[in-house]
Design a protein around this ligand. Structure first.
Ligand SMILES: [Zn+2]
Length: 345
C-alpha cells in the first residue's frame, strides 16, 4: 500500500530560519506498507535515491546520501536515511529523509493485514519526505551577491529577453525578429521584458531573480543578424546568430545546469577533510566549516563529545568499513563505519 500526500505541517520551532526551519511548511510525505522487510527496505533506498536525483540532477546540489546515526534517526524508526548538502557558508543541510520503521508503527497502532498464508500479520512500513526547505537549499547553495541563481531545469523563466531600442521603428524591427526566435524556442521558458525601464535596471532585476540566460537584442545586433547571450553563472557573453538560437539555447542551458553542479561540488570537496583524531577534528571546526570525514565506532558518547567541543553532529554514515585494525578517530575503539560530521542548520 502506497500513499503520498502534499500538505502543510505546523511544528513548534523555537529558532526559525527563513525557508530552512519555519513553523509552517509545505511538504510531500509518503507512507508505504509492505509484506516483507526486504520490500520495505527496497522502498526506503529507492526513495532516498529519488531525492538524491531531485537534489543533484534538478537542483544541481551534490549530496551525501546514507544512514543517520542511532541518535540522529527519526524517533520510532529502525533506521533513517537522509541526503545532506553543503550550503555556501559551509553548513550542512538535511534535504530529504527516508525511514524504515520495521513493524514498530504497525504494532503500536495494531495495523494488520491478511498475508498470502491466510494469516494476520503486521506490515513493514516506511515513510519519506521532502519539503519547501529545498527552496532554501537552492538559494543557499547557488546564490551570490547579485541574488538568486536558479538551475535551468527548475527556473520558472529560463531565458529573459531584453530588447534595446530608442525609437518605435527599432522596437518594431526587434519585435519582428523575435517572432521567429520565440517559435524556435517554444520548448524553453522564455520571457520578453518590454517594460519601459533602462536595460541596466532590467539586467540587475533578472540577475536578482536568478534567470540563467539573458538575451540582449538591439539595432546593432540585429544589423548583424545576432543576439548577445549572457550567462548568469559567470556573466560570460557570446554572440549567437538568430537562426542558431533554437539549437544553441537548449545546449547552453544544459551547460549552465552542469556548471552549477560542478561549482557546488568543487566547493563541497574543497571544504571536506578527512582526519584521524578528535584533536584534528576540533581544530578543523575551530578555524573552518565544512564536512569532516572520520572512522567511527558508532557510540553516541563520541557524538556528545564532538558536539560539546565543536557543536558539530554526525550527518550521514558514508560506508561500513574499518576492521579492528582501524581505530575510531574519536575514541580509539575499533571503527565500524565512516561518517561525515558537520554543523547543521
Ligand atoms: Zn569511538
Amino acid at each position: 500500500m502506497l500513499t503520498n500526500q502534499w500538505n502543510n505541517v505546523f511544528r513548534w520551532e523555537l529558532r526559525t530560519r527563513f525557508f530552512l526551519r519555519t513553523r509552517e511548511f509545505l511538504w510531500q510525505e509518503g507512507h508505504t506498507f509492505h509484506e516483507t522487510a526486504a520490500e520495505a527496505e527496497e522502498e526506503v533506498a529507492k526513495m532516498l535515491d529519488c531525492y538524491r536525483r531531485i537534489a543533484e540532477e534538478w537542483c544541481a546540489i551534490p549530496v551525501l546520501a546514507g544512514r543517520k546515526s542511532e541518535s540522529e534517526k527519526f524517533a520510532g524508526a529502525q533506521y533513517s536515511t537522509a541526503i545532506e548538502g553543503m550550503m555556501m557558508d559551509g553548513k550542512a543541510l538535511q534535504m530529504g529523509t527516508s525511514h524504515y520503521f520495521g513493524e514498530n508503527f504497525a504494532r503500536a497502532y495494531d495495523l494488520t493485514f491478511t498475508g498470502r498464508r491466510n494469516e494476520q500479520q503486521y506490515p513493514h512500513s516506511t515513510s519519506w519526505g521532502m519539503s519547501t526547505r529545498m527552496v532554501g537549499a537552492v538559494v543557499m547553495a547557488h546564490g551570490d551577491d547579485s541574488g538568486l541563481q536558479l538551475p535551468p531545469r527548475i527556473a520558472p523563466v529560463q531565458v529573459i529577453v531584453v530588447p534595446i531600442f530608442r525609437s518605435d521603428t527599432e522596437r518594431s524591427q526587434i519585435e519582428a525578429a523575435l517572432q521567429q526566435v520565440l517559435i524556435d524556442l517554444e520548448d524553453i521558458r522564455v520571457k520578453v521584458d518590454w517594460r519601459d525601464e533602462r536595460p541596466g535596471f532590467k539586467y540587475n532585476e533578472w540577475e536578482l531573480k536568478g534567470v540563467p540566460l539573458r538575451l540582449e537584442i538591439g539595432p546593432r545586433d540585429l544589423a548583424k543578424g545576432e543576439v548577445t547571450v549572457v550567462r548568469r553563472l559567470n556573466r560570460s557573453k557570446q554572440q549567437v546568430p538568430l537562426g542558431d538560437l533554437g539549437v544553441a539555447i537548449p545546449a547552453m542551458l544544459e551547460e549552465v545546469q552542469a556548471g552549477l553542479f560542478t561549482r557546488a561540488r568543487e566547493f563541497r570537496d574543497a571544504h571536506t577533510v578527512r582526519v584521524d583524531s578528535l584533536e584534528a577534528l576540533v581544530k578543523f571546526f575551530d578555524t573552518s566549516i565544512g564536512f569532516v570525514v572520520t572512522r567511527w565506532c558508532g557510540r553516541a558518547e563520541d557524538e556528545r563529545t564532538v558536539k560539546e567541543r565543536t557543536t558539530a553532529t554526525t550527518r550521514v554514515i558514508l560506508s561500513g568499513s574499518g576492521g579492528p585494525e582501524q581505530p575510531c578517530a574519536i575514541c580509539g575503539r575499533p571503527a565500524t563505519v565512516e561518517v561525515a560530521w558537520g554543523k547543521a542548520y
